[in-house]
Design a protein around this ligand. Structure first.
Ligand SMILES: [Zn+2]
Length: 426
């Protein structure tokens, strides 16, 4: 490492320390802090954020970056590229729109076919499911996944999240929803997927900008993989369902494995993105992306968003929002200024299915292992191929290196068609 790069790394290590300390204050704020601590906490986080910002934008760092300018990004072809690049390093708007153009008609077609079939019964998932038992079951599942309790913990919060203070301290939270008792388990698996990624990072990346995940999409591919491809799969439930059914009797008494499996995979076009199922989720994202790109390139005026939103919800999902709270004004990303963020959620789904095909060809007895409650082979594969690299590669580079091609929507379409074809008899 050159002298200059060493100096830059040590300055950035201090910035990482400040961010990690602020993250700890944020975690405490959302889990244990008494309400009256809010004002002082606001000052503390503000001060830490200010110092971190001053250090990061200092003349010394700027001069070093100038001198080491291979760190720099090339000029962009599209103004939206800049927004996207904050979350998906190196990804181009044209690449995302091409992927979504291939995906959209196939997903719309699949959803139309599903809605023409008789709906799956999921009424028994309403509970009652005892909260402590839900908590215990979630802990048992993610312990089986390989979550290391000496390097993490789980707490409750209003909105589930994963936070990392170091490679050896990555914590998760979960929540319990009265109307969706099984949601807590899926949220626990989702956040554990994020945490396993951060915990698997190469230890020598500690206190450097290389620690963490390659991008938001790659991060989301890990959480979705554990939540959906593992946690909503039949082999997983062949192992866990007898214990789950016994724990939540009488709600699940008389509900056989296949009925339960279909229920947790029920597809229903819905208004709110965060509650959307696997088959409809990406369409919420594509709609957002189209509107964002239109706002940036000037083809869509902000005052027309509502009308366009409602028309496309009808076109893609066959439903129209009754009000803007359940329509164009949902989600905090736009009001918080996070334009460029949304596509990462859908790209994460695509990457998860693409990795899944590769994993299944490398580990042909994966389903049998799940039936025996064995997830270590999967975790080892993910660690070796994805986790250990931290932020070393750009997302497209990493996906190409691991699967042999860049982000490709075909595996996800194959996955949805196979899974929902069986469940809905299409
Ligand atoms: Zn996530």
């Amino acid at each position: 490492m050159s002298k200059k790069l060493k100096k830059l790394s040590s300055l950035l290590a201090e910035v990482a320390d400040l961010h990690n300390a602020a993250a700890l204050l944020g975690w405490d704020q959302q889990t244990y802090m008494p309400r009256a601590g809010a004002e002082a906490r606001g000052y503390q986080m503000g001060t830490l954020g200010k110092i971190a910002h001053e250090k990061f934008t200092s003349d010394t760092v700027g001069k070093l970056l100038d001198e080491l300018k291979d760190a720099y990004h090339p000029e962009s072809d599209d103004p939206y590229d800049i927004l996207l690049d904050q979350f998906e390093r190196g990804m181009k708007t044209a690449e995302v729109t091409d992927i979504f153009a291939a995906l959209r008609p196939r997903q719309v077609e699949l959803i139309k076919a599903i809605t023409e079939r008789p709906q799956v019964d999921a009424s028994f998932l309403q509970g009652p499911f005892d909260e402590q038992k839900q908590w215990d079951f979630g802990i048992k599942v993610i312990t089986g996944f390989g979550y290391d309790w000496t390097r993490g913990r789980q707490d409750r919060s209003a909105h589930p999240f994963t936070t990392s203070f170091s490679i050896n301290d990555v914590r998760i939270t979960t929540r319990f929803e009265k109307d969706h008792p099984a949601a807590s388990l899926f949220s626990t698996m989702h956040e554990a997927g994020h945490a396993l990624y951060e915990l698997g990072c190469c230890q020598s990346f500690e206190r450097s900008p290389l620690a963490g995940g390659a991008s938001l999409a790659v991060h989301e591919s890990q959480s979705r993989l554990w939540e959906n491809l593992v946690g909503r799969s039949l082999p997983f439930w062949e192992h866990f369902y007898p214990a789950y059914q016994q724990l939540f009797a009488p709600a699940l008494a008389g509900v056989d494995l296949m009925s339960f499996y279909r229920a947790i995979n029920r597809v229903e076009p819905s208004l709110i993105r965060v509650n959307a199922d696997e088959a409809t989720y990406n369409l919420h994202i594509m709609l957002r992306l189209e509107l964002e790109i239109g706002m940036i390139d000037g083809t869509i005026a902000v005052r027309d968003l509502r009308e366009i939103w409602n028309a496309r919800m009808e076109e893609y999902l066959g439903i129209t929002p009754p009000d803007d709270a359940r329509g164009v004004l949902q989600d905090v990303h736009w009001s918080g200024g996070s334009l460029g963020y949304f596509s990462t959620y859908a790209l994460g789904n695509l990457i998860s299915a693409q990795l899944w095909e590769k994993i299944n060809s490398d580990i042909p007895d994966l389903a049998d292992r799940f039936r025996r409650g064995r997830f270590d082979g999967l975790l080892t594969w993910l660690r070796d191929k994805i986790h250990v690299h931290g932020r070393k590669y750009e997302p497209q580079e990493l996906v190409q290196k691991v699967t042999g091609s860049k982000i490709d929507p075909a595996p996800y379409i194959r996955y949805l068609q196979r899974k929902y074809g069986e469940i809905y008899g299409i």
